[in-house]
Design a protein around this ligand. Sequence first.
Ligand code: TMP
Length: 235
Amino acid sequence: MEKREKLYEGKAKILYATDDKDQVIQYFKDDATAGNGKKKGTVEEKGIMNNGISAKVFEYLQANGVPTHFVSKLSDREMLVKKVEIVKVEVIIRNRAAGSLCRNYGVEEGKTLSCPILEFCYKEDKYNDPLMNEYHIKALGIATEKEIEKIKEITFKVNELMKKFFLALKIELIDFKLEFGRYKGEIILADEMSPDTCRLWEVGTGVRLDKDRFRNDLGNIKEGYQEVLKRVTGK
Ligand code: TMP
């Protein structure tokens, strides 16, 4: 697999072309941002840890019938993925209240929700990723009704699978964000699943093992990611 030119650089990852037009290399950086880029920093080896965690998660999801962009882990910071056309929505599932749900709706942090909440946000930094609903998505031509149904179906399946996956590691999946892409006419899971994009609390202690350590200046950021990587890889 030959690595070619840089196609896109985001806040936490870079995409490179390969000699296969259908596959790209996803490179994980150590850069960390919060509040849509207002807070910036780096977390030593975050890219290595998120690549390792995401690879394991994608392998598990794929083995359980979830279509993902993951092809293989290439190196410490790189995975080979299918080249998708990104659907411009961020899909969030919440199992317990945290983050913006608490800020926007006055809910107490940690409150167990009587059913999971699924949220859509418009993936557009310049508008601050505003919340949107299915009517926005359809009316603005961001995705079709059929695609939205598929995205919801996959998202709820990922929630059930990932709750189980993390619980076996004594970690509770509080919430997470997914992104989807179109590949040869199908909707598949893209992006990453890591402590950058999930809230992960240790069972019993409630210790935060995710990016809230960076967002909220809780300290020992690297150690949180390391703990997740250790449990996920069993090393
Ligand atoms: P929020 O509480 O800030 O809305 O975040 C909900 C979940 O989604 C949390 O696990 C962090 C993740 N997330 C991202 O990965 N990227 C984003 O841009 C946002 C807003 C949230």
